[in-house]
Design a binder for this molecule. Structure first.
Ligand SMILES: [Fe+2]
Length: 357
């Protein structure tokens, strides 16, 4: 397998070369906590905060290196040693938000147009037509999230399970190209993804996108089995052809080969960053703590950074625009109100970005 970009790696590669794992120094970690505590009430509405409310100085170089690794390197990074001892859940959440304010424009994530979500078992049924994995304890399919970058900060880990799984889309697609060029061609054709009932006013209930697109030698991947299956239940959606369906199954099986699938255990105080164009992720099912304050809790933030790549043209149907330097992606949902629109415009301006129509 000829390596065409640093984003193309095997599980053995990222196990043996851990340059993608970064660690905040104890001083930088303390400064991060001081910045969050110094800013004020952590329960204030998230959209009220401004970038300049948080003086993140000493931890910015490490975080910037992590973002560079996600954009130009392996597509994933792990930052360890976020402050956690004695930190409340509200402070930890605000810390995640503060990091986001320095590196891009947060994007809404669901029907309720939330800009940060607690990844916790809330008893959701993952396989229902409108189900989402983040609020269940189920083992998830591999998928990409619906914005350029996803940040997951780990406040509490589960006592059993909840392993984080990552695959390089470039590696998986190269395997399919080598073994089944007919399936590789099918994966490059348009599939239909359901919006799972999360569409905002003026948005259709589904959208077309290839699963894999190669542009400028890089593989861009869009994969979410639930949304593909759910789209097939909607009126007016083109049916999957036999070869498209077979290609999906083949691709999914390749993702779970030991050669491709990398497994890591996020610990409390870890921050995982993934590029959703080049990386697929999943997690194993978990058993939770009985005590409410110890339950598995991760904070998820979706970001549009100012300096990310141009997307394949076909991706504009979901992202709003393929252009770089634009506030793009996310799930605007049903509550995308004036306050949220103003946040997008204000934070986009602070980052020097255009706000997509
Ligand atoms: Fe996800």
């Amino acid at each position: 397998m000829a390596r065409t970009s640093p984003a193309m790696w095997t599980a053995a590669d990222v196990q043996s070369d851990t340059g993608w794992i970064l660690r905040l120094s104890d001083d930088a970690s303390a400064a991060l906590l001081a910045a969050v505590r110094g800013a004020g009430d952590p329960d204030r509405p998230l959209l009220d905060w401004r970038r300049e409310d948080f003086a993140l100085g000493p931890c910015l170089p490490t975080l910037a290196a992590a973002f560079r690794e996600v954009r130009d390197g392996r597509g994933m990074a792990l930052v360890k040693n976020l402050p956690r001892a004695g930190v409340t859940a509200a402070e930890f959440r605000l810390m995640t938000w503060a990091i986001g304010l320095h590196f891009g424009v947060a994007r809404p994530q669901n029907r309720a147009s939330d800009y940060i979500t607690a990844v916790q078992d809330a008893g959701t049924t993952y396989r229902s037509p409108t189900g989402r994995g983040y609020s269940s304890n189920a083992e998830l399919d591999f998928h990409v999230d619906s914005a350029d970058v996803v940040l997951l900060s780990c406040y509490n880990q589960a006592p059993v399970g909840g392993m984080s799984l990552c695959v390089s889309a470039a590696t998986a697609y190269a395997i399919v190209q080598a073994e089944r060029p007919d399936y590789a061609a099918a994966l490059a054709s348009d599939y239909t993804f359901s919006r799972n009932g999360e569409q905002a006013d003026g948005e259709a209930a589904w959208y077309p996108s290839p699963i894999c697109t190669v542009e400028d030698g890089r593989v861009f991947c869009k994969w979410n089995r639930n949304r593909l299956e759910n789209a097939q239940k909607l009126d007016g959606v083109p049916r999957l052809s036999a070869v498209q369906r077979a290609a999906m199954e083949y691709f999914d099986a390749v993702l779970r080969r030991p050669q491709t699938m990398f497994s890591m255990h996020l610990e409390a105080g870890d921050l995982q960053l993934l590029c959703n164009h080049t990386m697929l992720h999943s997690r194993t099912g978990f058993e939770d703590h009985a005590a409410a304050d110890r339950k598995r809790t991760l904070y998820r933030l979706w970001l549009a950074p100012p300096d990310w790549r141009r997307l394949p043209e076909g991706w504009a149907a979901f992202y709003g625009t393929a252009e770089s330097g634009a506030v793009r992606g996310g799930i605007r949902g049903h509550q995308y109100d004036v306050e949220r629109q103003q946040f997008d415009a204000r934070q986009g301006a602070a980052m020097g970005m255009r706000t997509a129509a």
